[in-house]
Ligand binder design. Structure first.
Ligand code: FEO
Ligand code: CA
Ligand code: CA
Ligand code: CA
Length: 616
């Protein structure tokens, strides 16, 4: 049997899949296009990067962003200061060259998501368990101003990259910024609240994880869940079943927001949670443009929203629902992208077809449309309109037989081939009875990567991958874990070193030459830090990861983003020290290492010392 046939066999595959021969290659002879000397595994309170590279800290939590914002003062944090400063736990990064539409690699805008606060690492005297009850109202208000998004203008000078002070582009979006709701669910009764009886404007965005950038230079920011952000008991609401399907099955109040704003209480305002878990479109080039929640893209635990273009000009958004046993989605616009008229693309994402992936054992997958009135998506089953499909997307996907996945995170297109890669971060709950062809291991504590191949994808920069096709082929790319441990049933290039294998793949990025960058988000008991690995997806070095960057203990690095010339890599370092119970005994105070300054999540810049492209 071939490897492909074995994997397609599901349960049999999980048992029979054997390790490729561990043909150890001498250091430096591995056939990867990533020729840097591989970093050795490390687990300490500092960060580390491959020899021949330079790393600088560009932006730290609390750095002033808006004109007149004060300098960060860890001991005297206020909500009004935080509203003008760089937020906490930077996640997605998008570099947008200035001027708009250029390929400038030395001047541009950096768009940043701020995923969630860690109160226990922002102030002394708090733990994760008691922060929601113990924080002062002002501290809670600080957390509300520390999430959302930042836009900063940055420029490369003789001494490296710097933030341009007092930029007219500088912007913060927080948990209190007014955001328009558009698309099929705008005005839906389930989106109406006391403060917004029309159901068309919501205050704020949070849990902003990853996302994407459109060809017209706007950014898609993904809301990755609301459970944990609300007080009260979700079981005591009219929509308890729906809330449970969206992850809120019992009280779990992490930040105490309901103590300063009752809309963040399930029982006081049962529809407020329905106004989150969307994809938000933001125009970084126009600080006055109101952000928009695009409901046509569905509602679930949005991890990422990667954009591709079909050969006919329609825009395609790949969407991952980051939850065990949840699904991969795709949205295809009805209209076509107009490169000559930016304004004409303004509402392109309001009209189109949302589909969900159904994988088959014959190594194909089909995109099943989630269109009201077709198949089971009818009023009898709770879907009286496309608006219902948008608000209750997970329930609609359950009905059409979508393929449950091992918690999808990264979902990225290789720009050089048009092939698409999905990171399934892990699923410890999957049983042998539940494995399927694209998720072949049970349990799967270490995760894997799969490859989707649309018609027309090819190893050719001029490929014509049809991202709007109804059927794709697919394959397993990597099964994570230690290749020297037969029980892990790992699968990589046989030349993978003891430093290069990884677990829990999360974000996937590509440099302009098509090399893949995988960030991990694994359990702290893996024995080494989360890190960034570089690998080829084609050729001799296919599936041979090499350790490139290792952030400080307790953190994950995320969202590798490149300048168009590939010479600058921007990377987020999220939640340094998160393995600590509290700030009083914190495992790192990276990057400042000052006694009264907490660890500060930061954006770093990695460049090659000789000025060449990153990754070589
Ligand atoms: Fe925000 Fe799924 O990581
Ligand atoms: Ca992630
Ligand atoms: Ca994470
Ligand atoms: Ca993750």
């Amino acid at each position: 049997m071939t490897r492909r046939a074995l994997l397609a066999g599901g349960v049999a595959a999980a048992a029979a899949l054997s390790l490729p021969p561990a043909r150890a290659l001498a250091e430096g002879t591995a056939p990867s296009s990533a020729t840097f000397p591989e970093l050795a595994r490390v687990m300490d309170d500092h960060d580390h990067w491959a020899e021949g590279y330079e790393r600088a800290v560009l932006l730290r939590w609390g750095d002033p962003i808006l004109p007149n914002a004060p300098a960060f003062d860890a001991l005297r944090q206020t909500a009004s200061a935080a509203a003008g400063q760089f937020g906490v736990n930077c996640d997605m990064l998008v570099f947008l060259p200035l001027p708009y539409g250029s390929q400038n690699s030395e001047h541009g805008l950096l768009f940043v998501n701020h995923e969630y606060p860690n109160p226990q690492l922002m102030w002394p005297g708090l733990t994760e368990g008691d922060a929601a009850a113990k924080m002062s109202p002002e501290q809670i208000a600080v957390t509300m101003q520390s999430v959302g998004n930042s836009v900063v203008e940055i420029r490369k000078g003789a001494s490296g990259w710097d933030v341009v002070p007092d930029s007219s582009y500088a912007r913060r979006i927080t948990a209190t910024t007014p955001i328009r709701i558009s698309g099929p669910a705008a005005g839906h009764p389930m989106l109406r609240t006391k403060a917004d009886p029309e159901g068309r404007t919501v205050l704020g965005t949070f849990d902003n994880c990853n996302g994407g950038v459109t060809p017209w230079g706007t950014v898609l920011s993904c809301e990755e869940g609301f459970d944990g952000w609300f007080g009260g008991d979700p079981r005591k609401t009219p929509d308890a079943k729906l809330l449970a399907r969206y992850g809120a099955s019992e009280p779990e109040n992490s930040y105490g927001w309901d103590r300063v704003d009752p809309r963040f209480n399930y029982e006081a305002e049962p529809n407020e949670p329905n106004r989150f878990d969307w994809v938000v479109e933001i125009d970084p080039f126009d600080p006055a443009a109101q952000p928009v929640k695009r409901t046509a893209l569905g509602r679930f635990t949005h991890e990422t929203a990667t954009i591709a273009q079909a050969p006919d000009g329609r825009i395609v958004v790949y969407l991952a629902d980051d939850h065990e046993f949840d699904y991969l989605y795709r949205f295809v616009t009805a209209g076509r992208f107009d490169p000559a008229n930016r304004e004409a693309n303004r509402d392109l994402l309001d009209d189109g077809t949302l589909s969900v992936a159904r994988f088959k054992d014959d190594m194909t997958l089909e995109w099943v449309p989630l269109v009201h009135g077709t198949g089971k998506l009818t009023a009898e089953n709770g879907f009286a309109s496309q608006a219902d499909v948008a608000v209750k997307t997970r329930l609609a996907a359950d009905l059409v037989g979508a393929t449950p996945m091992d918690a999808p995170e990264g979902f990225s297109v290789n720009p050089k081939t048009g092939k698409i890669y999905v990171a399934l971060t892990e699923n410890t709950d999957i049983t042998l009875a539940q494995v399927n062809a694209p998720n072949p291991r049970a349990p799967n504590p270490e995760g894997h990567l799969i490859e989707l191949i649309p018609p027309g994808a090819a190893v050719d920069a001029a490929h014509k991958a049809d991202h709007a096709a109804e059927t794709y082929r697919w394959d397993i790319f990597i099964l994570c874990g230690d290749p020297k441990n037969p029980e892990a049933k790992a699968l990589y290039h046989p030349g993978t070193s003891g430093n290069g294998w990884f677990t829990d793949p999360d974000n996937i990025g590509f440099d302009p030459s098509g090399r893949m960058y995988v960030c991990t988000d694994g359990p702290p008991d893996a024995g080494f830090n989360d890190a960034l690995y570089v690998l080829d997806t084609e050729g001799e070095g296919r599936a041979l990861p090499k350790l490139f960057y290792s952030p400080p203990v307790g953190s994950e690095c995320s969202s590798p983003a490149f300048t168009p010339d590939g010479k600058t890599l921007f990377l987020s370092v999220q939640h340094p020290g998160e393995n600590s119970e509290s700030l009083d005994k914190v495992s790192t105070r990276w990057p400042d290492f000052k006694p009264d300054t907490p660890p500060r999540p930061s954006v770093i810049v990695i460049t090659k010392a000789d000025g060449g492209p990153v990754g070589t």
